[in-house]
Ligand binder design. Structure first.
Ligand code: ACO
Length: 401
């Protein structure tokens, strides 16, 4: 046992706030979020307006550079991203080294990190031109390698960006076009994906974004910092929740489709099971993204005419949880991941690619926050701790232990 009173305090007062529930790590101009009122804005624009009236690259430009682009700027941005969609051929050797069964998020994190080997020059954030080029390079290459993680897992040949098509349409083609013939993405699908990417574009200091800022605060490069963000996003309590939601729904379906049974499991404090896609650290009223996405999900399912028992279970679960006292009293509402998984499934995206989809959407946010952190010349992130281990102990040789 450790006698804490005997520890010499060398540090003055230290605040302990596990999980940073109440600690700010920076000042930021990127995203405004009010968890009580369910408000989310990028650079002052409401998420509702952006999701309805803008496109993903337009929103990416806004999030990263602070202003909505003019038509000229937007066309230029899209062209400049296109210039950077070729990925070094040697990256393919790295992909070939992974087993087909590797999770796409693990491969994506490794490939993003590997980009540093082919782009070793670190960005001078004070040089606007250099920063702009780094943004376009990241947006271009990340999309392509993200789809390559899927191609690898399927054993399909890797596809290249088609300069005659838009960014989101390219995503679908890069994923699904086979050597047997051209692939035509359904406009309903492209439009739904565009909206989903917008809804994920930034979410202030969440786990993966804080990771990107933290890693970048040591002046590690943009690709290295984003690779760390991908790893942070992978966990089931963060971006991995969208995959976990679908796996949970599939399990309920296999088990007879009894949503109530799983609701009871989630409430049982002796059972570690949680209802995936419910609850949020900051939204304690509702997740505004979930509202938009739920509407989009309904539209997409109706337009595509999808009928799926999994979706029926999701609906039952949602209704039951919203009326349940346990969930109501803890302000546990469906979050964005509950519905995004459902839409991805309807669009034909494989389950273990769901978190990769989130990463593609979140990329502009990671870039914007990294850029802001470096431009603000923030100090290296280095939290303190309160030591609660042993005081000085006498060392005993191995024969005396
Ligand atoms: N199912 C059942 N009970 C839950 C759930 C859930 N999904 N979420 C929270 N609770 C309960 C907790 O057991 C706790 O109960 P108690 O007060 O009786 O002990 C209470 O609600 C508060 O939960 P915390 O874990 O303290 O809340 P926190 O803010 O730390 O966690 C989190 C938020 C991680 C999102 C949590 O709600 C969760 O695990 N949800 C499921 C995973 C998920 O959907 N993650 C995606 C988040 S959104 C995103 O990353 C984009």
């Amino acid at each position: 046992a450790v006698d804490i009173s005997k520890l010499r305090d060398l540090s003055g007062v230290i605040t302990i706030d596990p999980g940073y529930k109440n600690s700010g790590s920076c000042k930021s101009e990127v995203t405004f979020l009010d968890g009580e009122l369910g408000i989310l804005r990028y650079r002052g624009y409401s998420i509702e307006d952006l999701a309805e009236k803008a496109h993903f690259l337009e929103v990416s430009y806004l999030v990263i550079f602070g202003e909505l682009p003019t038509t000229e700027q937007l066309v230029q941005f899209e062209n400049d991203i296109r210039k950077h969609t070729l990925v070094n051929e040697e990256m393919k050797n790295i992909i070939d080294g992974f087993p087909k069964t590797a999770h796409p998020m693990g491969v994506l994190s490794a490939l993003t990190s590997a980009l540093t080997a082919f782009n070793p020059k670190s960005v001078n954030v004070e040089n606007e031109k250099e920063m702009y080029e780094a943004v376009c390079k990241t947006m271009g290459k990340f999309l392509v390698i993200a789809t390559w993680t899927y191609r690898k897992s399927m054993g399909f040949p890797l596809n290249y960006y088609d300069n005659t098509k838009g960014y989101v349409e390219n995503f679908m083609r890069l994923m699904f076009e086979l050597p047997t013939g051209p692939y035509q993405a359904d406009p309903v699908v492209v439009s739904a994906l565009d909206k989903l990417f917008i809804l994920h574009a930034d979410h202030e200091q969440n786990c993966s974004t804080s990771t990107v800022r933290m890693v970048g605060s040591s002046h590690a490069g943009l690709f290295a910092s984003i690779s760390a963000g991908v790893s942070a996003l992978w966990g089931p309590l963060h971006g991995g929740a969208n995959q976990a939601v679908l796996e949970m729904l599939e399990e309920i379906n296999k088990d007879g489709g009894d949503a109530e049974k799983y609701l009871s499991k989630a409430k049982d404090k002796n059972d570690p099971f949680r209802l995936m896609g419910f609850g949020h650290r900051v939204y304690k009223n509702f997740d505004p993204r979930a509202r938009i996405i739920k509407k989009a999900a309904d539209e997409v399912l109706a337009t595509l005419g999808v009928e799926d028992p999994i979706l029926e279970i999701a609906k039952k679960l949602e209704v039951a949880a919203l009326e349940d006292e346990y969930f109501k009293s803890r302000s546990l509402y469906p979050n964005v991941d509950f519905y995004s998984g459902i839409i991805y499934r309807a669009l034909g995206i494989p389950t273990d690619m769901f978190t990769v989809m989130f990463a593609i959407g979140r990329l502009p946010g990671w870039i914007a926050q990294w850029k802001e952190m470096r431009e603000n010349k923030e100090p290296i992130g280095r939290p303190r701790q309160v030591y609660v281990g042993y005081p000085l102990r006498e060392f005993k040789g191995v024969d005396k232990r």
